[in-house]
Design a protein around this ligand. Structure first.
Ligand SMILES: [Zn+2]
Length: 117
């Protein structure tokens, strides 16, 4: 504010003291050229040069990661990974039905043990 008052007292225009990079003409000059997008790689012109390959993998600096890669049947639950629980279907030796064992079997029929000594 004090600077503005000084400029007015000397009868000078404040625009003359503004750097050119803040002026509208500079902004328009910078953004006037149009940047066109490029075609997809399959539309690029082929040259006889060596095809460009990905750079070689280099181990990066820093602490190595502690999380291992999950197996295909693993599910990450929260912060830990757990193996999926596989349930075994219990089969009764007495009656041959699924869902219970011979200790909890309520069938009174005693089946013959075929194939076992
Ligand atoms: Zn049974």
């Amino acid at each position: 504010m004090h600077g503005m008052a000084t400029l007015l007292s000397y009868n000078r225009n404040h625009i003359d003291f503004i750097d050119s990079k803040y002026k509208k003409e500079t902004f328009i000059h910078a953004y006037t050229p149009v940047i066109y997008g490029i075609n997809e790689p399959n539309m690029w012109q082929k040259t006889n040069g060596i095809p460009i390959q990905c750079p070689d993998f280099k181990k990066q600096r820093g602490k190595p990661k502690k999380k291992r890669n999950l197996q295909s049947d693993e599910v990450r639950i929260g912060r830990t990974s757990k193996l999926r629980r596989t349930y075994v279907v219990v089969r009764c030796e007495k009656c041959g039905l699924d869902g219970h064992n011979r200790a909890t079997c309520d069938k009174s029929v005693v089946m013959s043990r075929v194939g076992k000594p």
